[in-house]
Design a protein around this ligand. Structure first.
Ligand SMILES: C[S@@+](CC[C@H](N)C(=O)[O-])C[C@H]1O[C@@H](n2cnc3c(N)ncnc32)[C@H](O)[C@@H]1O
Length: 295
């Protein structure tokens, strides 16, 4: 296995990278059951047809807890290799522990900011599940992903489609905004946000600017868990995502109105569908595939 696991250090973490590490990591851990379930629905729809073969070398960008990297490691087998990269140390600790517990030898993880640099090691395939929408400079991040590929190598990234088709994220924000102001220009965030790659034409132009060809979009719709029960769903919405951002930014005002906001959210959430594990809502993503040109 090649040694691409040294951290790609940056002189200073960006505000977004600090935000992932300091603010979002504890929340993502608390709601891992909701997030991993939801995100997996979208990757499972495409995993069986991913252009990944035994022996391939694969990079998983913004790998989070490492579950897709582990699935990719199974596809490439012992003769292949997977490198997962993420800017958040806590997620990487989870991923490393999981890999150790499973005794997998063909997978490693590194810390890095994909917008700044990625290992340019001629990977056969680059993957990202719900990571690229957080790039402040998406063309730079997407270009780094392309440069990590061998000539003719392929990539797939999965991003959310528009707000209207993602009520699991947008509905709670609409409720919370009945009581609290929109976050201001200087709001602390994790990057441009979940819907920044929803527009097909815009993302196609970004991908072309980053040097890709054969760019294709496939829509995937899925019902995703938003919480095991109503209170879990309320806590999730007030912690993470667009509603969580409005609530966090409103500070003391939000805490003062917590009971009223929770009651309004409970009313909206109780109208949603109940499945085996809890409450589910509609979500919709783009699975975007492309190739690095043969030079
Ligand atoms: C919504 S999570 C998705 C995690 C994982 N891919 C999954 O599907 O479970 C987004 C991930 O992207 C990572 N991330 C955001 N910006 C990044 C950047 N510039 N470089 C590397 N990782 C980044 C975050 O730390 C986080 O783990």
């Amino acid at each position: 296995m090649s040694d691409v696991t040294q951290p790609l250090t940056t002189p200073e973490d960006s505000d977004f990278v600090q935000f992932w590490n300091d603010v979002l990591a504890p929340k993502f851990i608390r709601f891992k059951h909701v997030l991993v379930d939801g995100l997996t629905q979208h990757s499972e729809a495409v995993f069986p047809s991913l252009p990944v073969n035994e022996g391939d070398r694969v990079l998983d960008v913004g790998c989070g807890f490492g579950d897709t990297a582990i699935k990719l490691a199974k596809l490439v087998g012992d003769s292949g290799e997977v490198v997962g990269i993420d800017c958040c140390d806590t997620f990487l600790d989870y991923a490393r522990n999981d890999v150790e517990a499973r005794g997998l030898k063909n997978i490693s993880f590194m810390r890095g900011d994909a917008e700044i640099a990625l290992p340019s090691e001629g990977f056969d395939f680059v993957f990202a599940r719900f990571g690229t929408m957080f790039f402040a400079n998406p063309v730079a991040g997407l270009r780094n992903m392309r440069k990590a590929l061998r000539p003719g190598g392929r990539m797939v990234h999965i991003v959310w489609r528009n707000r209207a088709d993602n009520p699991w994220l947008s509905m709670a924000k609409d409720v919370v905004l009945q009581f609290l102001p929109q976050p201001g220009e200087d709001a602390q965030t994790c990057g441009p946000g979940p819907f920044s790659m929803a527009n097909e034409d815009t993302v196609r132009a970004m991908m072309e600017a980053a040097g890709y060809e054969n760019i294709e979009f496939k829509r995937v719709d899925a019902q995703v868990l938003v919480g095991n029960d109503t209170q879990d769903a309320i806590d999730f919405q007030l912690a993470i995502g667009p509603a969580g951002e409005v609530f966090r930014e409103a500070g003391d005002e939000a805490e003062g109105k917590r009971r009223t906001i929770e009651a309004a959210l409970a009313k909206a959430i109780k109208q949603q569908k109940i499945a085996a594990d809890g409450i589910v809502m509609d979500s919709s993503s783009w699975v975007i595939s492309a190739t690095n040109p043969e030079q």
